[in-house]
Each structure stands twice: as C-alpha cells, then as structure tokens.
Design a protein. Structure first.
Ligand code: HAM
Length: 420
C-alpha cells in the first residue's frame, strides 16, 4: 500500500481526468459504491475457487457481519444495479468508477495490495457492438495517455454450457498428465481447470500448448457473437489479436474477453494494463433480472508506469513578494485578485529578503514576481519582474492584476500550453 506524494499526484490527476473525459464522451455516468461489501457478494460473483477469493481478499467479521474490502468493482456495481432496480428505469446503463481496490497479493512492480482501478460497466446490451466500442475506446484512451507498445488480445469463452463442455475436455486432457503439472495446477485440475491455462509455471505451459482450444467448443450463437465482434473491430480499424488461450482470473466471464498489455520493458510481469469482458449471467446469479453485461477495469498505477504523459512542472504562475510586515496584508489582497483572474499564486507570507523570495518563486516555477515594498505601497504601484524575459517594470497597483493576467494567458497560448 503506497503513499502518493504531491509530486506524483499531478500525474494521477491527469490520468483520472483523461479517463473521466473519455467516459463522458461515450455516455457513461459515474457511480460510487462502498469500499466494503458483504463477503458472500464477492464469493458468489467472482467464484470460490479463484485466487482472488481463495487467497487475496481482506475479509473480517464485524458484529456478526462477514465483510470484505472490495478486491474489484464489478460485483459492487452489479449489486448496486440490482438493489436500486436500475433496469426498471433504463434499458441500458453505462457506469464508470474509480477508486481503491484491495488484494493481498505478493507486492512487486505494478502489483500492490491497495491499488486503484478506473473501470466501467454496461448493463443491458448483449453486444457485440458495445463490446467492440469498449475495446476501441480503450485503445483510444491509452493513446491519449501516451502509452507505447500496446497489444490488444480478445477471446470468447462462450456461455455456461460451452464452459462446462470445455472444462470436461480440459480435465480429459490434463488428468493423464497430472503428475507433470505444478502442485497449484494439480489442485486447479480439481477445482477450476480453466485456470491452468493462465499458469505462468513452465511445467504447466508445456502441457497447455497441446490442450484443446475453447473455440472448438463454442456453439453457433457464441461463434456468431465473436465473429461480429471481430468484424466491428475491423471496421473501426482497432488493432487486436485473437488469443484462444486467454482466460482471466475471475470466474464470472462469458463470451467476450479482452486484455490490453503495455510494453514489457517498462511494466515487467505485470504488463496487463487492463482487462475485461462479458458477464451475462452475473446479474441474474446475484438475484437480479436477466440482464447481460460487459465491463473492464484498468490499474491506475500501471497506467502511470506505462504513460509517457508529463505534468506541467510549474506549481504557480505568479509569486507575490511582500518586503516587510506592512506589505503582507496588501500582498494577500493582490494575490487574491490574481487568483480571481485564474492565475495560480503564492505569497511570501514568511517574509525574508527579496533574494530568498525570488529563490522560492523560481523553485515554484513562477513566471512573474510581483514585488511590494515600502516605496511601492506609498506610490500605489507594484514592481512586476518577469522571470523568463528578465525584465522589470513598475505598474499602477490598480492595473497590474489585469495586465499580468492578460500577459500570462497570452504567453501560455503562444506556447501552446493549457490555460492555468
Ligand atoms: P482484473 O483483471 O482482476 O479485472 O483487474 C483489472 C486490472 O486491475 C488489471 O489489469 C491490473 O491493471 C489492475 N490490477 C489488478 N490487481 C492489481 C494489483 N494487485 N496491483 C495493481 N494493479 C492491479 C477486474 O478487476 C474486473 N473487475 C474487470 C472487469 C470489469 N470485468 C468486467 N467488468
């Protein structure tokens, strides 16, 4: 679990704002659900033989209630969707969310115990049009975040019957070879054979290579859904590859499944930036109406490792330097006027020499320093020192704010920077 110090928060906000803007452009609305939910919700939605439920949840008892810090956002979103009868009010629901998630995993680069996801869910659309739109939107978002080396993988898992038949085939394939599987996969063979496909263990991977592929088991409806998904992605010009062995760590998926990876050099083993897919049975399984759904979530920390976006280094636009006690009050008023013009501003309320205040202004990245000394106060003027142009001029106090604001805005336009 990490602290995010102010030096890094600027990049976090940039990614969060880019995400929120994309979501709004695509018609999603933000939902905020609790960070704690009843444990049985996650067990039912995610599956009791998944790593998340078996090993990674922070669960506790409180006054007889079994509670868990949410390990992901989909189960809580589905619970809220059912609890508030949202399907009765709108045929299609598009929700996005952002916030902390908790999994007791072994920490490493890009993998933490409290991490942050940005994600979205669509309820009430069977796809595959919205599936393709979601994948294409994510490729665009990652482009906006300047993430290099993207790879998009898609697969189809079919419906519950397909899964059952595929599961039986995998058991048939792995059972005679069980002795060569890792201990973990020998256990998975009994509890959740699909998870063997996802194993990173070399012994398992050797056997996975020859395992039957899910596509041989898809029924006509599944196949048609997957073919249309690919056709829409082709029409959109979205780059992707079909990975027939793609399975994911949560049990609720049906049909469409996808993952986007970033450059391995930066992210290492945790190079999956985001993942998602359909979960057409979850809402009904949790006691709600029969409503199909699809969603994704991205790890914010991973997006930040992968993104080449910078934040503007400057923390303020202007610095007001009062020289002497009598100038502090007028300095505060001047700074408040500058802020009302939209300029970021700090006042040297600690006092100190002009030299030390200029040093502080430089460290903050200020473009101008407004100096107020005894003689300026007496004459109703301020000294405006331009730290970039290295000029200094006396301006009437009443006009200084407007003139400085206009200049800084014009200069930031000239540099193609966003207005502060
Ligand atoms: P997930 O694949 O478990 O899916 O997590 C999504 C993303 O969260 C991962 O690709 C990764 O970037 C990030 N993530 C997961 N665990 C950690 C961790 N320990 N540290 C840092 N980042 C992590 C879900 O959570 C599903 N709810 C996605 C979804 C939404 N499917 C349908 N709707």
């Amino acid at each position: 679990m990490n602290d995010v110090l102010p030096d890094e928060v600027g990049r976090w906000q940039r990614v969060e704002q880019t995400f929120a803007r994309t979501m709004t452009l695509y018609g999603y609305r933000e939902v905020r659900t609790p960070q704690v939910e009843p444990t049985p919700l996650f067990v039912r939605a995610i599956g009791d033989t998944t790593d998340v439920v078996e090993k990674e949840m922070y669960s506790f008892e409180h006054h007889g209630d079994a509670l868990t810090l949410r390990p992901e956002g989909t189960a809580g979103a589905a619970r809220a969707y059912i609890e508030h009868s949202v399907s009765a009010r709108e045929p299609v629901t598009r929700w996005w969310y952002a916030g902390p998630m908790f999994r007791a995993e072994r920490p490493q680069r890009g993998r933490y115990r409290q991490f942050h996801q940005v994600g979205a869910e669509i309820f009430g659309d069977e796809g595959p049009g919205c599936d393709a739109e979601m994948i294409d939107m994510l490729v665009g978002l990652l482009g906006d975040l300047r993430v290099p080396g993207l790879e998009v993988f898609v697969n189809s898992l079919g419906g519950p019957e397909t899964r059952a038949r595929y599961r039986a085939a995998l058991v048939g394939h792995f059972t005679p070879r069980a002795a060569s599987l890792s201990a973990d996969s020998q256990r998975r063979l009994r509890t959740n054979p699909l998870r063997i496909l996802d194993s990173k263990d070399e012994r398992d991977q050797a056997l996975v290579k020859d395992a039957p592929a899910i596509h041989e088991f898809l029924d006509a409806g599944d196949r048609d859904h997957f073919a249309r998904l690919r056709a829409y992605l082709d029409t959109l010009g979205t780059p992707y590859a079909v990975d027939a062995r793609l399975v994911r760590g949560l049990d609720y998926y049906t049909r469409t499944l996808f993952e986007i990876k970033g450059a391995h050099e930066k992210l290492g083993a945790g190079n999956t930036l985001l993942g998602g897919g359909r979960y057409d049975s979850m809402v009904a399984d949790l006691g709600g109406p029969r409503v199909p759904a699809i969603g994704f979530a991205a790890g914010l920390e991973r997006l930040l490792i992968a993104s080449e976006l910078d934040t503007p280094a400057a923390l303020v636009d202007a610095f007001v330097a009062p020289l002497g006690e009598a100038a502090i009050g007028p300095g505060l008023v001047l700074a408040r006027d500058l802020r009302r013009e939209g300029l970021r501003c700090e006042v040297g309320t600690r006092g100190g020499s002009l030299k030390s205040q200029l040093r502080r202004a430089n460290a903050l990245g200020a473009r101008v320093v407004l100096i107020l000394g005894e003689s300026e106060l007496a004459d109703g003027v301020v000294q405006v020192k331009d730290l970039e142009g290295h000029t200094q001029e006396r301006l009437a106090r009443d006009h200084a704010v407007r003139i400085v604001a206009d200049r800084l805005v014009a200069a930031s336009r000239g540099l193609g920077k966003e207005r502060p």
